[in-house]
Design a protein around this ligand. Structure first.
Ligand SMILES: [Zn+2]
Length: 304
């Protein structure tokens, strides 16, 4: 903990120095670009006893420290040494054994690179469909889960309760919603982005199941959501408002695309013509909106 506090304080001092120094000596410098964040960092979730977010680059993973051991989640180590950094960060907080690694879903950018956790004895858990998919594809750098789960499982460790829920298909057919009932925190990845449109062409995304799943998650009891990627300004957690906004975005996009399909327009017409100004401040709006439109066009035009 002292290490985390010290590095946070150092960052504040450094930023103060960077901002203050030129102002003292030179008139009105051009505004500096935002400081580049360190390659990885660990943040304790405010108001909790042992809930942390490990961020490596633009990926995030939740871990929970209890007196009897640690529950880690996505190793986020695709072609980068994130798992070693992750374990080192945990070891700055506790020497308790890392008992579990739980996969949010089967996509490699979130789950590759977990071998260092396996080497120290962690049990890997994922949804049954993720386990099957990984056993089929055998990606070189992904630890195959030891255990698969169906619709739910509750993990109890050192007085902490962590529920694993499957709410149906969404951004994959194996996405888990992890919920800490006491802390009222959920961790779920990629399908409920913070102030962002959906990623690229929404590969592996099931429609309209995603919207149905969002309604189930919104109905659950929680206050804060740790997302798989930070939002604008490096924001690491969201609220139900964020989940409701994602549902509204998908509903608005779906309605706009359906109108074009019903009017006999082409893919190109829809991809070029549809604008959703309400969401233009969202991450990925310019780059990904046309691809999101193409995905919804397939759904309304062909039922896929
Ligand atoms: Zn994903």
């Amino acid at each position: 903990m002292s290490v985390l506090r010290a590095s946070g304080l150092s960052l504040v001092l450094l930023m103060t120095a960077l901002v203050a120094a030129p102002q003292a000596q030179t008139p009105a410098p051009a505004p500096a670009a935002a400081p580049t964040p360190p390659p990885f960092a660990t943040t304790k979730v405010e108001g909790t006893d042992g809930v942390y977010i490990f961020r490596f680059g633009g990926h995030q993973s939740m871990f929970v420290v209890t007196k009897d051991g640690v529950i880690a989640t996505d190793p986020i180590g695709l072609r980068r040494p994130a798992a070693k950094a992750y374990i080192d960060e945990i070891r700055k907080i506790t020497q308790a054994p890392i008992k579990y690694v739980i996969y949010s879903h089967s996509h490699y950018d979130h789950i590759a690179g977990g071998q260092p956790f396996k080497d120290i004895g962690a049990t890997f858990i994922a949804h049954n469909n993720a386990k099957k998919r990984l056993e089929q594809l055998k990606p070189a750098d992904v630890v195959i889960p030891d255990q698969g789960i169906g619709n739910s499982r509750t993990i109890r460790l050192g007085g902490t309760v962590l529920e694993l829920h499957y709410v149906g298909k969404n951004h994959s057919d194996n996405t888990l919603v992890m919920r800490l009932p006491k802390e009222k925190i959920i961790f779920t990845v990629d399908w409920i982005p913070l102030q962002a449109v959906q990623f690229r062409g929404m590969a592996d995304t099931y429609l309209p199941d995603t919207q149905e799943g969002l309604k189930k998650v919104i109905a659950m009891d929680w206050d804060r959501m740790i997302s798989g990627h930070p939002g604008p300004g490096g924001r690491q957690t969201g609220t139900k408002e964020d989940a409701k906004n994602v549902l509204a975005y998908l509903d608005d996009l779906s309605a706009a695309v359906k109108k074009e399909v019903d009017a006999g327009k082409s893919y190109d017409d829809a991809m070029k013509g549809i604008k959703l100004p309400k969401y233009e401040s969202y991450g990925g709006y310019n780059a990904f909106l046309p691809m999101n439109i193409e995905r919804l066009f397939d759904f309304h035009n062909r039922g896929i």
